[in-house]
Design a protein around this ligand. Structure first.
Ligand SMILES: Nc1nc2c(ncn2[C@@H]2O[C@H](COP(=O)(O)OP(=O)(O)O[C@H]3O[C@H](CO)[C@@H](O)[C@H](O)[C@@H]3O)[C@@H](O)[C@H]2O)c(=O)[nH]1
Ligand SMILES: [Mg+2]
Length: 196
């Protein structure tokens, strides 16, 4: 039984509070041999997030979005454009389900009501404290509204991509799709044979 806590004397300083918050967390870490070190780790995050893969069982198509992502650009990949599932940050006091239904209409213009929760994941647990709640949801052509494309007042510009599921899977191999949430959810559909 542990006699001393592994992590103790935790203090946190806000290093930056712009869009998300970057914290410097100082703590004592005790190794198995009893030795203790004082460490400072960076932790970044905003609110938790959601993401959803929309699929049409009749046409075997999926809906994806394409938008500019500065971190992707800074990393030198694909001029910064990224093909992703619909997703976004939770508003205050918003449930994951309400958020994912709202983001679906805002970003790609489909009004859906039923979604299925798949899992909750950390995407970069060494750095980012955000948890993302992952969903899948069926859509049909008649769910389409006049909306989509993102919110102008959030400076969003989103291209809606409706593509064959089989082509989307190929885009993982060709690395046209590089977002982990998107790959995870496409593979979830494949493993569970939801579009067979
Ligand atoms: N990252 C970032 N986005 C900003 C900033 N300022 C404005 N934005 C804009 O704020 C909007 C937020 O849109 P959402 O749909 O809510 O979020 P998202 O950008 O799609 O998703 C990102 O955040 C989610 C929640 O934190 C994450 O779940 C997801 O993985 C991704 O990082 C985007 O248009 C983004 O360009 C900024 O400083 N940083
Ligand atoms: Mg978004």
């Amino acid at each position: 039984m542990e006699t001393k806590k592994k992590i103790s004397n935790i203090t946190s300083k806000v290093a930056s509070n712009f869009w998300g918050k970057l914290e410097h967390v100082n703590f004592d870490f005790t190794f198995k041999n009893g030795k203790s070190v004082n460490l400072t780790h960076e932790v970044y995050g905003k609110s938790d997030g959601v993401a959803i893969l929309l699929y049409n069982p009749k046409t075997k198509k999926v809906i994806l979005s394409k938008q500019f992502r500065m971190p992707v650009f800074v990393a030198g990949v694909d001029n910064g454009f990224s093909i992703e599932v619909v997703g976004g940050a939770l508003d205050e006091n918003e449930t994951a389900k309400t958020c994912v239904i709202r983001e679906t209409e805002e970003e790609v213009g489909y009004r859906i009501s039923e979604v299925k929760k798949v899992s909750t994941v950390f995407l970069s647990p060494g750095i980012v404290k955000e948890r993302v709640h992952l969903f899948v949801g069926k859509y049909k052509d008649s769910d389409k509204t006049e909306n989509g494309g993102g919110l102008e007042d959030e400076n969003e510009e989103i291209e809606v991509i409706e593509t064959n599921f089989s082509d989307a899977l190929k885009m993982i191999e060709t690395e046209e799709i590089i977002d982990a949430r998107t790959i995870l959810l496409l593979q979830y559909l494949q493993i569970n044979k939801l579009l067979k």
